[in-house]
Ligand binder design. Structure first.
Ligand code: SF4
Length: 355
């Protein structure tokens, strides 16, 4: 890595983190080893979209499943959106899956299947924000881009003892990351910093005794490592109530397709009351029958609110439904339905209850 243009401390940080990465880089299915050929941009893009708000451990099996089933961006573009959504089930933040498919179609149809290499061009793609554009430009194309994810934010805030609370502090953190990002090998350097944040400079109990930049770390010198980055005061999350409807006949349950826009849009799900703010979980069932209600069977946390779910159950030998959006699904095959985690939890609860 060319670090000559950086001031002394920053140069040392860049060099030490780079050298540490050569020895200790995590082996991940979407990566190339340090210093080797650049990885496939399709793999970098796919992994970065999956990694938004999601851990490496959770992403690995999904990445392998997607690349086995759709080996190229053109294959993914040709897939049915419903199949992509079902394959994404369990990974959460489902708008990502819709944008993933849309982006694959755009890259295939408008760009001949070739991802753009510049950060500014990548930013125009569906589902690609500032962080993801910088990460793809640096990792897949070797462009000098400044990459700041949550792990890097923590590492850099500590290295430079940046005490401006987030989100305001992000500007200073980015400027500090800019100062230590080398001209050559920005992709390896970003991944080295991600690894440092994930494995050494962890949120709790950072492993400063094995840290390659301990001597340069301002937070370590102050003895206040966990104080950084300074978080804004937390507000309690509002709690919403929902009611799901379990409608069962002859070992099959009725599934609905959620509206295309909004949370979990376009996904298969149990029919429900829409769980909007202000709902109290006492919605009227979609049909007359002998309903049994189980209170608060599932709790689920979203970014901006928590949800408590009641399940209303109606089982009969013959049930008539008149909506085209509904489908009867065999309980034996329910794992194949691609239900989002929230609904899968409710199904799991119900099946357990019957044992
Ligand atoms: Fe993080 Fe500790 Fe290393 Fe500083 S010395 S960067 S706090 S692990």
């Amino acid at each position: 890595m060319a670090v000559d243009s950086l001031p002394a401390t920053a140069r040392k940080i860049t060099a030490n983190i780079g050298a540490h990465y050569v020895d200790k880089a995590r082996i991940l299915p979407w990566r190339s080893p340090p210093g080797s050929n650049l990885p496939d941009p399709y793999h970098v893009w796919l992994s970065e979209i999956m990694l938004q708000q999601t851990t490496v451990g959770a992403v690995k099996s999904y990445f392998e499943k997607f690349t086995r089933r759709w080996p190229t961006v053109q294959d993914l573009a040709r897939a049915d959106e419903a199949d992509v959504m079902a394959a994404w089930a369990g990974l959460g933040y489902y708008a990502r899956a819709r944008n993933l498919h849309k982006c694959a179609v755009d890259v295939t149809e408008k760009m001949n299947g070739i991802f753009p290499r510049k950060e500014s061009e990548l930013l125009g793609l569906p589902g690609v924000g500032a962080y993801t554009a910088a990460a793809i430009a640096a990792i897949a194309f070797g462009e000098r881009a400044v990459v700041v994810d949550a792990n890097i934010e923590r590492l850099v805030a500590r290295l430079f003892a940046i005490d401006t609370p987030l989100p305001k502090g992000k500007t200073e953190i980015r400027a500090a990351m800019d100062a230590i990002t080398p001209k050559q090998g920005a992709g390896d350097f970003a991944q080295a910093c991600m690894d440092m944040g994930a494995t050494i400079c962890t949120s709790k109990n950072p492993k400063c005794d094995i840290c390659p930049v301990q001597k340069q770390c301002a937070a370590h010198a102050l003895g206040t490592m966990e104080y950084f980055p300074v978080k804004p005061a937390k507000r309690a999350k509002p709690v919403r109530r929902a009611r799901f409807f379990w409608i069962e006949q002859q070992d099959r349950i009725l599934l609905a397709t959620r509206p295309p826009k909004g949370m979990l849009g376009g996904m298969r799900a149990l029919p429900d009351d829409g769980w909007a703010a202000g709902n109290d979980g006492h919605a009227t069932p979609p049909m007359a029958g002998e309903w049994r209600v189980h209170d608060n069977i599932v709790q689920h946390s979203f970014t901006h609110f928590s949800l408590e779910v009641d399940l209303a159950v109606y089982q009969d030998e013959k049930i008539v439904t008149n909506s085209d959006d509904n489908i009867w699904w065999a309980l034996d095959d329910i794992a194949e339905a691609g239900l989002p985690t929230l609904y899968a939890k409710a199904v799991k609860w119900k099946l357990k209850e019957e044992i």
